[in-house]
Design a protein around this ligand. Structure first.
Ligand code: ADP
Length: 176
């Protein structure tokens, strides 16, 4: 097949971690074009707006010329068709990811039989890493250096440090 294969890597990316970027790097080597697609209609009450997540992802993926960043809502299969993508890229960190990913993959394949869902494993250093954990660690005052790009760490602190100050400013902690 001589045609360029376009792949879509969809997700919430709230926020991007170095695990996501590990996958982007691997995908960029495998596919002619990789579109990182930030999910818009997430009912997850996200920390960062879609615009913020797209902007951070653009900055973080600058090193890879064949990687584009976009946002989407609605059915992933419709978005993929619109982009002429033949592949959906997803990450598998551990067995715990498998069940949910398999359900989604089979449903997407049922909706569009021409799509292939490709799973890649990140480097072992990222197998425990999730956006949710990163948010929680920063919220509780921990250090996420090396786990997210520096720009993301800065934005996380800007958003969450204020919350922590508020929640720890009880009379007992103020007097310490
Ligand atoms: P979603 O809410 O769609 O799961 P995420 O942003 O959590 O969105 O993840 C997007 C994709 O990236 C998923 O396929 C997920 O399994 C994968 N992923 C998340 N974290 C990592 C990681 N540390 N290493 C590899 N893949 C990851």
């Amino acid at each position: 097949m001589s045609q360029k294969v376009v792949a879509v890597y969809p997700g919430s990316f709230d926020p991007i971690t170095n695990g996501h970027l590990d996958l982007v790097e691997r995908g960029s080597k495998l596919f002619g074009e990789l579109i990182v697609a930030v999910l818009r209609n997430s009912g997850k009450n996200p920390l960062f707006s879609v615009e913020e997540r797209v902007e951070m992802m653009r900055e973080a993926t600058r090193p890879w010329a064949n990687v584009k960043v976009d946002s989407f809502d609605g059915l992933l299969v419709d978005y993929a068709a619109q982009k002429k993508a033949k592949v959906i890229l997803r990450g598998l960190r551990a067995v715990s990811d498998f069940e949910n990913e398999m359900q989604m993959a089979l449903m997407n394949r049922k909706l569009d039989g021409n799509l292939e869902i490709v799973f890649m494993m990140p480097g072992v250093a990222y197998t425990y890493l999730s956006s949710r954990l990163v948010r929680e660690v920063v919220q509780l005052g921990g250090n996420v250096r090396g786990l997210v790009p520096p720009l993301v760490s800065k934005r996380l602190h800007a958003k969450l440090d204020g919350d922590r100050v508020k929640s720890t400013a009880s009379p007992s902690t103020r007097t310490r």
